[in-house]
Write a protein that binds this ligand. Structure first.
Ligand SMILES: Cc1cc2nc3c(=O)[nH]c(=O)nc-3n(C[C@H](O)[C@H](O)[C@H](O)COP(=O)(O)O)c2cc1C
Length: 166
């Protein structure tokens, strides 16, 4: 699938308008990801407010210039929706991957910015976003345009493939 090889982590963003219809579409793709026991434990915070975006950028130590983007989506896990423990981190990954691939398909650049498992970032993001204690902020995905073309050769690590047994 083309978008798998076109998606890369972008750390230098240009601003590009992202309509709400696209944000909804990205979240819809996330909500249709495989998830254990169909628990669907996610919550999505759509951030457009400049003050909130600035505070999140500061929380990340101004590591990238994502503070300029039109919109970012923070993916959270609602612990009250968890019926079976041990799967929620995987359920985050499947949802985020769907969002990133569909964002690539729409022509946007994205980045997975960690929040969990860094306790300081979790606490600060919780305060900035006014999250209740049972909601864990997992990651944040800014949506913009790439300043540079950061595509590279597809990865295929043959020595990490084993057939039938190790
Ligand atoms: C769980 C997770 C956390 C990550 N956290 C960060 C981060 O905080 N900052 C960052 O610049 N990239 C982060 N990344 C992006 C990875 O560095 C990147 O996916 C990896 O280097 C492979 O490059 P690619 O995405 O361009 O294929 C994270 C990726 C994952 C899956």
């Amino acid at each position: 699938m083309r978008v798998i090889f076109e998606r890369t982590s972008v750390r230098d963003f240009d601003w590009i308008e992202v309509p709400n219809s696209h944000v909804d579409y990205l979240i819809k793709t996330a909500m249709n990801a495989p998830n254990s026991g169909h628990q669907r434990p996610w919550e999505f915070i759509v951030v457009r407010d400049r003050k909130v975006m600035d505070e999140l950028t500061k929380m990340h130590g101004y590591e990238n210039n994502y503070g300029i983007v039109d919109v970012a989506i923070v993916v959270c896990i609602n612990q009250e929706r968890i019926k079976w423990d041990g799967y929620w981190q995987m359920n985050t990954g499947t949802a985020v991957e769907n969002m990133m691939l569909s964002a690539t398909d729409l022509g946007y650049a994205t980045l997975w910015l960690e929040i969990f498992p860094v306790e300081r970032k979790v606490n600060e993001a919780r305060a900035i976003l006014n999250l209740p204690d049972h909601v864990i902020p997992m990651m944040m995905m800014p949506i913009g345009e790439a300043v540079h073309d950061e595509r590279r050769e597809p990865c295929f690590l043959k020595d990490q493939i084993h057939y039938n047994q190790w």
